[in-house]
Design a protein. Structure first.
Length: 383
């Protein structure tokens, strides 16, 4: 079996580790840090410990708190121009996927200028980049261990910059930063991480023994803890299990990429600015059901890992139990359950299906070939 596997070289998982950002940044040679976050996180005080730690280590800090959700191209370009003007020499992303994805591109483009639209796709970016630390506050996108940054273009498409240059130098998991994440966001981001694990495990092209092991472990951690953190956000150990699950899922899908769930989710994010996790949650069950005729043996393996009662079940039983468990889990989550409920007009489905078919970067990874009519049917199933 031939494969290659890459990930973030240094990972620190410790409750309260935001207090160690000063020493970590200094280890990487940073003297003037660009701290990339969003307005809410900055104003609610979530960045305070990180800022204090950096100051205590004698580092200058410039905070950029203008990250936009599903970062639009222009907002990233503004951040890059600001970072260059301020003369920073290192970047820390602290926040959800939107903050971390913005931070990745600031680290790259502030050091090696190149037009952002010219690097959408795989392996087109040129380096080097500035030193980069990522601190996730959702669990999550796994962006702290992926080589991907997802941007919204001026034509409302979601495009990815994929480059090994975007793996950060250090990922810091501090579950105390996630205790205040509201139940709705906890649920949506947790389901996003579960989709990463499932789609990595069934990825058609680059699935490999390492991504498989990580995806299985991720799914078990996420499945076993998501209800706990939605109901009791202040459970630090369950929050840490979710962060780890999100990290493992990120490591898996960075090497065995996601597929049709994400391809169908992207147009919903691009056009209606629905949260990324919600868009995945909406289309997840019908996409898995669509894949079942081809992916049943793999879904059975996921079912056996996730559900103790299925450990010795045959493929048909375990794969059906897997899909049923996912259906029930999603149905019990505190977010919208239909496209209409999320504000998507029925008349838009053909346009959405056309856009989803353009996400060939991801559709090629789906275990079953997908046509325009299939996509229309899947959207129709959750209307
Ligand atoms: N790079 C990747 O590998 C990758 C993978 C999946 C998704 N993404 C991208 O990531 C983005 C979504 O990221 P996300 O789901 O983390 O959402 P996000 O970063 O947009 O944050 C969602 C909301 O949660 C709030 N929030 C974040 N942490 C919080 C906390 N600890 N307490 C209270 N509120 C908190 C934020 O302020 C924001 O309002 C999308 O653009 C998506 O396309 C990237
Ligand atoms: Fe995702």
């Amino acid at each position: 079996m031939n494969f290659s596997f890459e990930t973030t070289p240094r990972i620190l998982c410790e409750q309260g580790s935001a207090r160690r950002l000063g020493e970590l940044a200094r280890d990487l040679g940073m003297r003037h840090v660009y701290l990339v976050t969003d307005r809410f996180l900055h104003e609610s005080g979530l960045t305070r410990e990180a800022e204090a730690s950096l100051a205590a280590a004698g580092l200058r800090v410039t905070v950029f708190a203008d990250v936009q959700a599903d970062p639009p191209e222009g907002s990233v370009e503004d951040a890059v121009a600001d970072a260059v003007a301020k003369g920073v020499d290192g970047v820390i992303g602290l926040g959800g996927g939107s903050s971390m994805d913005t931070a990745k591109l600031v680290a790259l483009l502030a050091r090696t200028p190149q037009p952002l639209p010219s690097i959408y796709g795989i392996g087109l970016a040129k380096g080097p980049r500035l030193p980069l630390i990522q601190v996730p506050t959702t669990a999550g996108t796994g962006s702290e261990v992926t080589a991907i940054s997802i941007i919204t273009t001026p034509t409302s498409e979601k495009k990815g910059v994929v480059s090994s240059l975007l793996y950060p130098d250090i990922a810091v998991l501090d579950s105390l930063l996630t205790l205040g994440l509201p139940p709705r966001v906890t649920a949506m981001t947790g389901v996003d991480a579960m989709v990463h694990a499932i789609e990595a495990y069934t990825s058609r092209v680059k699935k490999n023994p390492l991504s498989d092991a990580l995806a299985l472990k991720a799914l078990v951690l996420l499945h076993d803890n998501i209800r706990t953190v939605v109901n009791d956000g202040r459970n630090a150990d369950a929050r840490e299990a979710m962060l780890l699950g999100s990290l493992f899922a990120g490591m898996a899908f960075a090497n065995a990429p996601v597929a049709a769930v994400h391809a169908l989710a992207y147009p919903l994010g691009g056009h209606y600015h629905l949260p990324h996790g919600l868009t995945n949650a909406l289309v997840m069950v019908p996409v898995l059901a669509f894949n079942m005729p081809v992916a049943a043996p793999l879904y059975a393996q996921l079912g056996r890992a996730m559900l103790p009662s299925m450990q010795s079940a045959d493929d048909a039983t375990a794969s059906a139990a897997f899909l049923d468990a996912i259906r029930k889990l999603v149905a019990g989550m505190p977010f919208e359950q239909t496209l209409r409920g999320a504000g998507v007009p029925a008349g838009d489905l053909p346009m959405l299906a056309t856009d989803a078919m353009k996400v060939t970067r991801l559709l090629v990874n789906n275990p079953r070939d997908v046509t325009y009519e299939d996509v229309l049917g899947i959207y129709g199933a959750v209307l």
